[in-house]
Structure formats: C-alpha cells, structure tokens
Design a binder for this molecule. Structure first.
Ligand SMILES: [Zn+2]
Length: 348
C-alpha cells in the first residue's frame, strides 16, 4: 500500500485573465497574451510589471494546464462594485489622478499609466465574475491572473502597488449580493495585507488570516493584531521570520491557520495568492519552493470543501521573480485542478 490518494477530478476550474481592451469581456477565444493588464504600466524597474501575468500565462500554456481551465476575460468592475469597499470619492480620485497623467496614486510605489484604471477595474471585476461562477456552481474554484494586486489598498489610500482591494471587494460582494453570511480571506502573500485587515478588523463576519514575513513591509501583521471591538478574534496573523521556508510556513498554515479558518465556518473563501514567499523572489527573504504552493493549495482546498462547500476564489497578489512566480502559479493551478493528487511532493 503506497498511501497514494487517487487523482479525482473536481470539476471546472476557472482562469480569469484581462481582456484585450476596454470593455473586452466574456468567454475568450483569443490566443493572444496581450491583455488589459498590460495597459497598467508601472515604469522601468518597477517589480509589479506586465511581464508578471504574461509569465504566468506562458507557463500554464507550456505545461498544458491552460487547456484544462475555463478561461474567461475579466469584465470591468463598476463604480458600484468598487464602492462595496471604497468610498466613491476615493474611486473618483483614483480615476481622476490616472486621467490627468499622474505617475502614481498616493505614493510612488503605486505607479500608474493611462491604462491603469481599466486594468484595476478588470482586476476587481474578474474577481467578482469568478465568485459568481463559483457560487452558481459552474466552476469548482478559480484563479484570477490579474493585476494590479489589491491587499495593501486601504479604504481611501493606494499603497504597495495596490489601487483597489480586490479580495475585500469580493468578500463584500458575496455577502451583500449573494447573501452569504461569513467569508474567510486567507492571505499567503509574503507581505501582510494591511488593507484587508483594516477593512474588516471590526467586522466579525469576515475572518482575515495571514501568513507573512515579519518584520517586513508594510510593518503591520504582528501576532497580537487580532481584531478590534466586535471583530476581536476574527483577525489572525502568523508572522514568520525572514529565512523561514517550507517547513515553517506549512506547519503554521496547516496546524494553526487552517484549523482557525475551519472553526470560523466560512460560507466562502477568498485567497490572496501572492507568490513572493518563493526563494527566488527579490522582495522577500522567505524560502518557499514551488511545491510548497501546491501543498498550501491542497490543504486550503481540503478545508474549503469541508467548511465552505468548496467555494474558493484565488486572486493573484505579489510575486516578482518571473521564474519563481511562474513555478509557483503553475503548482497552485495544478493543485486546484487536481487537489487530491499525490504528485506534489514537497520537501518539508
Ligand atoms: Zn507581497
């Protein structure tokens, strides 16, 4: 007896990418790898660059995974969608800042170009579309390969390459428009998701759980940040030292974070899937390998299937080594497609 578990097909996994131009959406028959995400140009030397999404899509194509996914172009989020989380005045300020040709919103980290507002709307809109598909039962889960990322975006402030908080928008969308009561946001980006935490730290209906390098940018995410007021206890931070790797991260994820998520009994799980904890990443000192992201994914899918009827939507956050990002995203998507497979041998 090998102990191997059978490979079980779970159904359709969605891949949401950005369309080829403003308004481009719906099922994609395009083979082009040029996307609205490319229109979000951050300038020479900026790590959060268009090549990131291209690297992910090229790797999925090379490995034949693209053919197994239901690929859809992201619709653009409306102002009403963005206003699920952000004040309308902030949405209007971001749009106006971009339209007047500014180089960044709020801080130079959050660099923008003429196409950034549509790219940001697609990043949020694609996430909402994925949530709708998963709740309708059309997809078992989804990965949104979209940018800009979102988890550093505060209610009224762009920050850390993020304009709108995509994960938070999805959480409010499934609550307010689908009537789901409890949402868990799991964040394994190597940076703490300050924006997501702050948006929900007083709200006991949204559980925010983060594994991240600490101390590190953005400075938040200490273990004693556990939520405020009525939300005390529904924020969970598991800071990890620089130099941590597969063993520390998988142990914290599987023995502390996931049991807490399962105990919360969410109706829906949003994953802030940053891949910058990869050893190759230039913005972290964390040492995960690609297989670790498969193992993290398998464990999360397992909990989602037990506690949230399998409802899981994964959103690309960070990941700045193209090689590390491609390897990690490939492992993540393969594990979404084959969560019970034993082919992901991880060195713990
Ligand atoms: Zn990050």
């Amino acid at each position: 007896m090998s102990g191997a578990r059978p490979v079980v097909a779970r159904g359709v996994v969605g891949l949401v990418v950005a369309g080829r131009g403003p308004g481009g959406h719906g099922p994609s028959g395009s083979r082009s790898l040029a996307h609205t995400s490319d229109g979000h140009e951050t300038g020479p030397g900026h790590p959060e660059r268009p090549a990131r999404v291209r690297a992910v899509l090229e790797r999925l194509t090379e490995r034949g995974l693209m053919d197994e996914l239901a690929r859809v172009d992201a619709p653009l989020a409306s102002v009403d969608d963005l206003a699920l989380v952000h004040p309308r005045a902030y949405v209007e300020r971001v749009e106006a800042t971009i339209r007047r040709g500014a180089a960044y919103v709020d801080s130079p980290d959050s660099a923008v170009s003429a196409g950034s507002f549509d790219a940001a709307r697609a990043a949020a809109g694609g996430a909402l579309f994925a949530a709708d598909q998963v709740i309708a039962g059309a997809w078992s889960s989804a990965f949104c390969a979209l940018r800009p990322p979102g988890h550093h975006a505060e209610e009224s402030t762009a920050m850390g390459f993020c304009l709108f908080n995509n994960a938070a928008i999805v959480a409010r969308h499934v609550q307010r428009r689908h009537g789901l009561a409890r949402v868990a946001i799991v964040d394994w980006d190597v940076h703490h998701g300050n924006g997501t935490q702050h948006l929900f730290e007083r709200d006991p209906s949204v559980f925010y759980a983060s594994l991240h390098q600490y101390p590190h940018f953005p400075g938040t995410g200490a273990a004693n940040e556990r939520g405020l007021g009525a939300g005390e206890g529904t924020t969970l931070n598991l800071p990890q030292h620089a130099g941590s790797g597969n063993r520390e991260w998988l142990r914290a994820f599987e023995s502390v974070l996931l049991p807490a998520v399962e105990a919360f009994a969410p109706d829906f799980i949003v994953l802030s899937a940053g891949f910058d904890a990869h050893a190759l990443d230039p913005l972290s000192g964390t040492e995960l390998d690609g297989a670790a992201f498969a193992a993290l994914t398998q464990s999360l899918v397992d909990v989602a299937s037990r506690s949230a009827r399998g409802r899981l939507v994964s959103l690309l956050e960070g990941g700045y080594s193209l090689a590390g990002l491609a390897e990690s995203a490939e492992a993540h998507v393969a594990a979404l497609l084959r969560p019970l497979s034993n082919t992901f041998e991880v060195d713990r």
